[in-house]
Ligand binder design. Structure first.
Ligand code: CTP
Ligand code: MG
Length: 168
């Protein structure tokens, strides 16, 4: 699908797409009960915080998996479904881990943690998916370079559309 335009950049985005969808969709699909149930750690701060919800995790898994099903249908290769499940789980776990680290560093819910916010989820997604499908180091480098600006741009659009409370 990426033969002409872009080549490597197109293949990198195609590979990581389910992780992007799993990371972005909780902004719309999330809400309600927090994953940590409002519990706090001994440092007096939340485990993950109220920005990580069960509906966000379930919705992110579903949206990321649907992305993989569409990729599988478009290319007639069913392996994309398992890759999408792994990428979605990795992205959501990486995002949770990011919030855990932010809370330990005393950064409040919604506070900015440069690079961790933009790259944590994608690094974890690639790690978890890589035993099954590794896109190659060139693609990994491209993903690391394009994800932070893409993430910031998407968040800014979400903010302008009124679905996100902060522009970053
Ligand atoms: N969201 C959710 N469940 C998740 C991840 C995100 O419901 N597992 C929703 C929340 O409404 C969250 C929004 O998507 O506020 C934006 O996600 P994110 O930027 O990751 O969360 P923050 O609110 O910034 O919280 P944190 O500081 O913990 O990253
Ligand atoms: Mg945030």
């Amino acid at each position: 699908m990426c033969d002409e335009l872009g080549g490597l950049i197109c293949r990198a985005i195609w590979f990581i797409l389910p992780a992007y969808v799993a990371n972005a969709s909780p902004v719309i699909l999330g809400g309600g009960r927090a994953v940590d149930g409002g519990k706090k750690m001994r440092d007096g701060r939340p485990i993950f915080g109220p920005g990580k919800t069960i509906r966000g995790i379930v919705g992110g898994m579903a949206a990321g998996t649907v992305t993989g099903i569409i990729q599988a249908l478009l290319t007639s290769s069913s392996q994309y479904i398992l890759v999408a499940i792994l990428l979605s789980a990795g992205a959501l776990i990486g995002d949770l881990l990011g919030s855990f680290i932010k809370r330990r560093l005393n950064i409040p819910r919604g506070g900015a943690a440069p690079l961790l916010d933009q790259l944590g989820f994608v690094i974890f997604a690639i790690l978890i998916a890589s035993p099954f499908m590794f896109p190659g180091w060139e693609a990994v480098v491209i993903i690391m370079l394009i994800t932070p600006p893409l993430h910031l741009a998407t968040n800014f659009i979400g903010y302008k559309m009124g679905v996100k409370s902060r522009p970053y």
